[in-house]
Design a protein around this ligand. Sequence first.
Ligand SMILES: N[C@@H](CCC(=O)N[C@@H](CS)C(=O)NCC(=O)O)C(=O)O
Length: 211
Amino acid sequence: VKLWHCADTRSFRVLWALEEIGLSYDIELMPFPPRAKVPGYLEINPLGTVPTFNDGLVTMTESSAIVHYLGTKYPDSGLAILPADPAYAEWLNWMYLSDATLTFPQTIVLRYGTFEPGRASNAADDYARWFLSRLKHVERKVSQADWLCGDRFTGADITVGYALLLASYLKLDARFPDAVSAYWARLKDRTAFQAAKKVQLIELAELLGTA
Ligand SMILES: N[C@@H](CCC(=O)N[C@@H](CS)C(=O)NCC(=O)O)C(=O)O
């Protein structure tokens, strides 16, 4: 399989899942935004976004859907909760919530708080508050259990966990409720999370010619 990736963007979900599964993969680490900085990338993905993921004849561009795909393709990884399991519906709900509900308001904060500061600061502040209030659902769950569903770590913890990574990049982590901070610490402690972070650094050093 091959992953087109930019450090700490949504494609980190896929990189982390690949490391959890222990699959070998090719990775193309690109400068952000690849739409503008990587000639030819629009041929691969007309939106210019990351991730782009290729598995033989299959190409996908939605990070949480790719984690879903990998989890069901490699069921022994435990990343997916399958339809026969009573926790299946809850798992799917977290998988969709991860991008549609959690990452969406963060995108506004990223754009107007980091990339284009001063253009719509009110929007950045409002959406930061909106994102933090949307964590209530996560807070309730992780105050009662270590992981989101099925009494074990799954792909839902990867997809939702990425929203916490992006929040820490946006310096919103200091405002996490205590139970969410503890959950975020558990996620960062995973061997595969750390391996994915390390792969990014190695690839970055190669990109900069300093390896
Ligand atoms: N819903 C998509 C969103 C993909 C997306 O927008 N990725 C961002 C990085 S987090 C991107 O590539 N932005 C660059 C651009 O829009 O040019 C997913 O979850 O994969």
